[in-house]
Design a protein around this ligand. Structure first.
Ligand code: HEM
Length: 188
């Protein structure tokens, strides 16, 4: 924020960036809501409905991520060419790419497992299907991804130096991981 980067290029870059951020926040909310809903479903139709919704979120994540990345690279070019410090930017890009890899790997694996369990269920909510639908790891992945998102928002707005950026990032991701990691006994 300390840079004065006026001009239409910067305004368009920020606008595209913010549209991407809102899309990403929306996709994250759908993901968390779907994951929570899946834990409450009673009938096979409900399972299929929510699983179908969750299978579509990658399109939203992809569109949002692409827009954020393209506008972010453009804004980075402006920021660095104006002599701005970029320790926070390096950490934010690493967290952003980590979030994309973490989210898509977990999401793909979950969709595959749940899809296979639905196919084998014979149109009944079997105990195996319930187990996949209520997989507590899925919820913790969504929470950790949400905290990565908040970490990036913090880095983008406050633009701290490299050391503070690394410390805050490790703190936020570490705490969200430890706090959300499921203990199987608590699952009903
Ligand atoms: C989840 C991902 C992201 C979020 C939530 C996010 C959020 C934001 C926000 C809120 C701002 C406005 C900050 C302000 O003016 O106070 C901003 C600016 C910016 N973002 Fe991002 N961003 C993300 C990803 C990225 C990525 C991947 C890059 C680089 C490739 C990037 C580069 C930048 C740059 C260079 C600025 C302008 C900073 C300045 O005003 O000097 N962002 N971002």
């Amino acid at each position: 924020m300390e840079m004065d980067m006026g001009g239409p290029g910067y305004d368009i870059g920020i606008l595209a960036h913010v549209i991407g951020i809102l899309l990403l926040a929306g996709a994250l909310m759908v993901q968390v809501a779907g994951t929570l809903l899946l834990r409450q479903v009673k009938t096979i139709d409900q399972v299929k409905l929510v699983a179908g919704l969750l299978r579509r979120t990658p399109i939203l994540f992809g569109a949002a991520g692409g827009l954020i990345l393209i506008s972010g690279i453009f804004l980075s070019y402006l920021h660095i060419s104006e002599g701005g410090a970029f320790g926070w930017l390096i950490v934010a890009i690493i967290v952003f790419l980590g979030m994309a890899a973490y989210g898509s790997l977990n999401g793909r694996r979950f969709d595959k497992q749940l899809g296979a369990a639905i196919a084998q269920s014979g149109d009944k909510v079997t105990p195996e299907l319930t187990q996949y639908a209520r997989d507590p790891h899925q919820l913790s992945h969504a929470i950790v991804s949400g905290c990565m998102f908040l970490d990036i928002v913090y880095l983008m707005i406050y633009q701290p130096n490299l050391l503070v950026s690394i410390a805050v990032t490790i703190g936020i991701i570490g705490i969200s991981w430890v706090m959300s990691y499921p203990t199987p006994d608590k699952e009903k």
